[in-house]
Design a protein around this ligand. Structure first.
Ligand SMILES: CC(C)(COP(=O)(O)OP(=O)(O)OC[C@H]1O[C@@H](n2cnc3c(N)ncnc32)[C@H](O)[C@@H]1OP(=O)(O)O)[C@@H](O)C(=O)NCCC(=O)NCCS
Length: 186
């Protein structure tokens, strides 16, 4: 195994991350829609992430995660924010959404997913914010990572983009929070 590290994403990483993400899509169906209805750069929050990190193995780009503020834009956004804020016992403005976690094909299963998730969570905690995320059950490895590290489902929702993509047959999005120790979440 090579040397693993995580660092802040730089803008010039974006083209390589786009390639890394789309190369693994046929294996994982992440992103769920392919082609995406927006530029892949936008999907990766190239311009609007509050924080973003890349993982490397021996200096080669191998994975990514970022965080964004409270959800906006989706019809279901208000409902999703509210479910997480209620579970955390915080204001919607105090939510930090973990987003676009992925590891490239060649570097799976050696701990980079854990490392990226721990990195974004440290940053969220240092900022005094409350972590949440959305995941589709078809993304089994991700769901297993979240469940095994204490994330808890707070709602299921079918956003309009998913309904358009799959009709009635598709999966629902699971909305999850990571309760704090001592959190009075219900
Ligand atoms: C989820 C993902 C980031 C995990 O990355 P990784 O570097 O392979 O993960 P790690 O080696 O750190 O393992 C972390 C955990 O993921 C889960 N996991 C990893 N590979 C798995 C697999 N093939 N099947 C089931 N669970 C798996 C396990 O819970 C594992 O923890 P454990 O080793 O303690 O059992 C990676 O599989 C991925 O990029 N998937 C596609 C993108 C995606 O679905 N993103 C979700 C966005 S919501």
């Amino acid at each position: 195994m090579g040397e693993m590290s995580v660092r802040r994403r730089r803008y010039e990483d974006i083209p390589l991350l786009v390639d890394l993400l789309m190369e693994q899509q046929p294996d994982t169906r992440y992103p769920f829609r392919n082609p995406l209805p927006m530029p892949v750069e936008e999907f990766l929050h190239a311009d609007d992430a509050v924080g973003a990190w890349t993982a490397e193995v021996d200096g080669r780009l191998a994975g990514h995660v970022c965080r964004v503020g409270p959800l906006a834009g989706l019809a279901a956004a208000a409902e999703m924010n509210l479910a997480c804020a209620t579970a955390h016992g915080c204001e919607v403005e105090q939510l930090a959404w973990v987003s676009k976690l992925f590891v490239g094909r060649a570097a799976r299963g050696i701990g980079l997913g854990h490392l990226l998730l721990a990195t974004v969570l440290d940053d969220i905690r240092q900022a005094g914010l409350y972590p949440c995320l959305e995941v589709l059950p078809v993304h089994e490895a991700a769901l297993s990572l979240y469940v095994s590290t204490g994330w808890r489902e707070v709602m299921r929702v079918r956003p309009e983009w998913l309904e358009r993509a799959t009709g009635d047959a598709g999966p629902d999005v699971l909305v999850m929070v990571l309760p704090e120790a001592g959190d009075h979440a219900t």
